[in-house]
Design a protein around this ligand. Structure first.
Ligand SMILES: Cc1cc2nc3c(=O)[nH]c(=O)nc-3n(C[C@H](O)[C@H](O)[C@H](O)COP(=O)(O)OP(=O)(O)OC[C@H]3O[C@@H](n4cnc5c(N)ncnc54)[C@H](O)[C@@H]3O)c2cc1C
Length: 494
């Protein structure tokens, strides 16, 4: 391999952390690639979390994650403007229901204001609370209101980051699991399940597996344990919430919140359960019961019958309980590990810190002449007036072919999701980019049609289309072929 094939920077992991760093680096005249083990980016913790952009007062001052969260929150405004992802600063409430919890909220407020979250307010007037959030329990005595807190679609933001990074030259390699790393002569040789990559600098953003990657280079100084959080999601427009609603937090978690999403759904969750299997995202009866009870403590009229999906996400919890962002003793190797909550909020601040490290390592961050920070807003039928839609359908009839009836998603949106930079190649990839299968029927009607479109556009046989990559085939054989084989076998055995 000639030196021109050596990347300046290789990023391992295509979650929000890796993609934000990739996007921050795409501004500069350097060669960058990102390696992701799954069939799509945003397949790990980034896919299943609360999607809350926290104000930043919640973590203890001894943790670096507190500063990065406060800074990260502020950076969202500019990022959302440039990348056009769904984000809204709707504000959060932490709800005290016991008189002795109020003092704690007042302390959080004071410390938060000292640390730059100037708009925090403690509301003690029950009428005012009710006006701001009519569905909230009558038990509430006071709330800590953080107007700068917001909600974001975490996977849509991550796709936007990757698209913009790819538009500006970053190479994405999905289905590339890093299995071995060598370091010699200031060059990293990274072996994946499908090839070999060489780079001068290496950034480890492998989420739950960041410890494993670090150990490949002999650096064994932290462990990452999974902590499961389960959720119940309710159908769109069943209940209208204005704020992100938290109980007063416990020592290990922010507690079970109730929150609207950017698409008009509501969810309750997550609980917090330490587990050992890093792939175990199954929900449990006990866990969901805990989530619903927690949710009802805040919103007594949660629309239980309108629950459309349960899911779980895994927090990557390090021994230190803090982010590990280290310019390590191995020259050019940066660990960005243990990015537990509020990692989604902090991602832009984390990327700034990583860029500082790279400058210290002597990477020349010279801005490209043709850098384009804008990722165009995806065209959505839901955003169009009738006249606009009529015009669109005349230009391209795919705007008039509705594939997902629950969410009213036309074929044109699916085509755009497939043909975007770092586009969808699986059924879930389409679902998370433009929502077919996110509605009440959960894909019962539209999934076969999405598969047909994927097969046609990617020039693959229908049977080759998977839910989310290897070993998740949705079809195994034609029904008649299976039946015929069974008949032949039974005749042969007679
Ligand atoms: C229940 C829950 C609720 C949360 N709520 C919030 C919230 O409201 N607000 C907030 O700010 N934060 C929240 N978080 C935290 C936030 O989700 C995480 O901080 C963030 O998603 C971490 O992103 P990441 O990119 O570091 O990890 P991931 O998204 O897990 O990405 C790591 C990637 O690395 C890939 N990978 C792993 N090993 C390899 C390998 N060997 N080779 C190649 N690729 C590899 C994985 O496939 C994965 O795609 C929550 C987390 C959970 C679990």
């Amino acid at each position: 391999m000639s030196s021109s094939n050596i990347y300046d920077i290789i990023i391992i992991g295509g979650g929000v952390t890796g993609c934000t760093i990739a996007r921050a680096l795409c501004k500069y005249d350097i060669k960058v690639c990102l390696l992701e083990k799954e069939a799509d980016i945003s397949s790990g913790t980034t896919k299943a979390n609360s999607g809350v952009v926290h104000a930043g007062y919640a973590a203890d001052r001894k943790y670096v994650k507190r500063d990065l969260c406060i800074r990260g929150n502020k950076l969202y405004t500019q990022a959302a403007k440039e990348l056009n992802f769904p984000f809204s600063r709707i504000g959060s409430f932490v709800c005290a229901v016991e008189p002795d919890q109020i003092k704690g909220l007042e302390e959080e407020r004071k410390k938060g204001i000292e640390d730059g979250i100037h708009d925090l307010e403690l509301i003690l007037d029950k009428e005012q609370i009710r006006e701001l959030e009519p569905n909230l329990t009558d038990e509430v005595l006071a709330v800590l209101h953080a107007p700068s807190a917001g909600i974001v679609s975490p996977y849509e933001m991550t796709f936007a980051l990757a698209e913009n990074a790819a538009m500006n030259g970053v190479k994405f390699f999905r289905n590339h699991e890093v299995i071995k790393i060598d370091h010699r002569d200031y060059t990293f040789t990274v072996t994946t399940s499908r090839g070999e990559f060489k780079g001068r600098n290496l950034i480890n953003c492998a989420g739950l597996y960041a410890g494993k990657i670090s150990k490949m280079l002999g650096l064994d100084y932290f462990d990452i344990m999974p902590r499961k959080g389960e959720y119940v999601l309710f159908d769109r427009n069943e209940i209208q919430l204005n704020k992100i609603l938290f109980p007063v937090p416990t020592k290990i978690s922010k507690g079970i919140l109730v929150c609207p999403t950017m698409h008009g759904n509501t969810f309750a969750g997550p609980n917090a359960q330490n587990i050992t299997d890093k792939e175990d995202t199954a929900t449990t009866t006990a866990g969901l019961k805990e989530v619903l009870e927690g949710g009802k403590n805040l919103i007594p009229n949660l629309p239980l019958r309108a629950s459309i999906r349960n899911f779980a996400g895994l927090r990557a919890v390090p021994d230190s309980y803090d982010f590990i962002i280290d310019n390590t003793d191995i020259y050019g190797f940066i660990n960005v590990a243990g990015i537990l909550s509020p990692g989604l909020t902090s991602c832009y601040a984390i990327a700034e810190k990583v860029l500082d490290f790279l400058e210290l390592l002597g990477v020349q961050l010279k801005e490209k002449e043709n850098y384009n920070p804008i990722r165009p807003k995806p065209q959505r039928l839901a955003d169009m007036s009738k006249e606009e839609l009529d015009k669109k359908i005349k230009e391209n009839p795919a705007w008039g072919r509705i594939i997902c009836r629950c969410e009213t998603i036309p074929e044109a949106e699916i085509l755009n999701a497939i043909h975007a930079p770092v586009g969808a190649t699986t059924v879930d990839g389409v679902k998370f980019r433009c929502r077919p299968g996110m509605g009440r029927c959960q894909g019962g009607f539209c999934r076969p049609r999405v598969m047909e479109i994927l097969a046609r556009e990617l020039h693959l046989p229908y049977q080759a289309i998977t839910k989310k990559g290897e070993d998740t085939n949705l079809l195994v054989a034609k029904t008649k072929d299976v039946r015929l084989k069974e008949i032949k076998e039974s005749v042969a055995n007679k």
